[in-house]
Design a protein around this ligand. Structure first.
Ligand SMILES: Nc1nc2c(ncn2[C@@H]2O[C@H](COP(=O)(O)OP(=O)(O)OP(=O)(O)O)[C@@H](O)[C@H]2O)c(=O)[nH]1
Ligand SMILES: [Mg+2]
Length: 365
């Protein structure tokens, strides 16, 4: 194997020098910043997918679209300090270069890499996230397995299962509020859960709506409550909410419906804050439509993070053409998924999320 160091004012320039001397088959072994404005790239002409590339790709994906957030608050992943951003930009360039080198190469693993990358894209998985998953798999599986699509998929599924989280919010919490944008299916989801818990699981359930903005909102929940046989009340503010909770302290479950509001609505943000302040034991489930696109979903999670979001629900999977955004959002927000809903029927069209099902959405057999 022929190994040589190249330098340049940017990683890109150094890589250009690599390409000029070693051609398209060059393999980048490592990159580092030697000093400000001088980057060193170590390259080899022997291309071996099993040899690790000395670049922390996990960091590269922690910015921009599809990036996991840091700390407790979701969605702050794209607000990294400037120095880190520069570093990440370089890493991203390098990664894209490595990927393009692999796709130019006619080896079977390279073709499989490209096919899998396209499959992720077709399923709506964020590009950076998909590359991270693929690079991780190609670096880690034994060399002879890099040409085995079935093995690679099984490996990636296993890795993804370790990264995502699901939860059953009603198994460990007594009071859960469903929040989210207008029309996503909050009220329908509550009706489904109320029916399952009251009728099938024989638990005592009370429903409360805080949606006093739409005239028909309370009526919609009352109709469901009547059919299911559970009490439904309206709270106009946090004080009424607290007294409702106190009144129903004997209940196994209190499900709270809220008005669908745009994420930037300041009045709504105040209401959510009040709910949390007055009743800190309330757990919040953010309901999102699986038909929405990544950027909208990210912004919505961020907008609703004025209260601690415990879990997510994705609705309308029956109408969505791709499921990748569900995974992208979960990873970005670092929030577990509770439910997925798959139609309008109450209570049939709801499922407790499982990791296996989620992973199969994005990496089917
Ligand atoms: N296809 C499909 N439709 C659904 C699903 N869940 C809810 N809906 C429909 O979506 C529409 C809106 O549902 P709601 O439950 O009223 O939504 P919401 O979030 O409470 O709406 P607002 O209270 O106005 O914010 C209704 O027509 C529901 O039947 C689902 O999983 N699939
Ligand atoms: Mg509603």
């Amino acid at each position: 194997m022929h190994i040589k160091k190249f330098t340049g004012p940017t990683v890109k320039e150094a890589i250009k020098a690599v390409k000029a001397e070693f051609g398209d088959d060059a393999l980048i072994l490592s990159t580092k910043r030697i000093q400000t404005g001088v980057y060193e790239v170590v390259a080899s002409v022997d291309y071996d997918l099993t040899k690790p590339v000395d670049v922390d790709i996990s960091k590269a994906s922690e910015s921009g679209n599809g990036a996991p957030a840091s700390g407790h608050g979701p969605c702050d992943g794209d607000f990294a300090p400037a120095a880190i951003k520069d570093e990440l930009k370089d890493l991203r360039e390098l990664k894209e270069f490595c990927v393009s080198m692999m796709s130019q190469s006619r080896t079977r693993p390279a073709m499989i890499y490209t096919e899998l990358e396209e499959e992720f894209a077709r399923r709506g998985v964020d590009k950076t996230l998909a590359q991270k998953i693929l690079m991780g798999a190609f670096k880690s599986v034994p060399r002879e397995k890099t040409a085995d699509t079935g093995y690679l998929k099984a490996y990636m599924r296993e890795k993804m299962i370790e990264k995502i989280d699901v939860t059953d919010p009603l198994s460990s919490n007594r009071i859960v509020a469903f929040i989210g944008p207008p029309g996503v299916g909050k009220t329908t989801t509550i009706a489904k859960l109320a029916a399952i818990y009251s009728l099938r699981k024989k638990r005592s359930v009370a429903l409360l709506t805080m949606d006093t903005y739409r005239i028909a909102a309370a009526e919609q929940l009352r109709v469901y409550g009547k059919i299911i046989g559970v009490p439904v009340e309206v709270a106009r503010n946090a004080v009424e909410l607290a007294s409702f909770i106190s009144l129903h302290r004997d209940k196994d479950l209190i499900l709270i419906d809220t008005a669908g509001r745009a994420r930037r609505n300041t009045e709504h943000i105040r209401e959510l804050n009040d709910m949390h302040r007055v009743c800190p034991e309330i757990r919040f489930n953010l309901v999102l439509s699986s038909q929405a696109r990544d950027s909208w979903l990210y912004e919505t999670v961020k907008g609703f993070s004025v209260v601690p979001i415990d879990s997510l629900t994705f609705t309308k999977l029956d109408e969505a053409d791709v499921y990748g955004p569900i995974l992208n959002t979960m990873i970005l927000a670092r929030k577990p998924l509770a439910y997925i809903t798959t139609g309008q029927r109450v209570p049939e069209d709801i499922e407790l999320a499982t990791k296996e099902r989620l992973v199969h959405f994005c990496i089917p057999n």
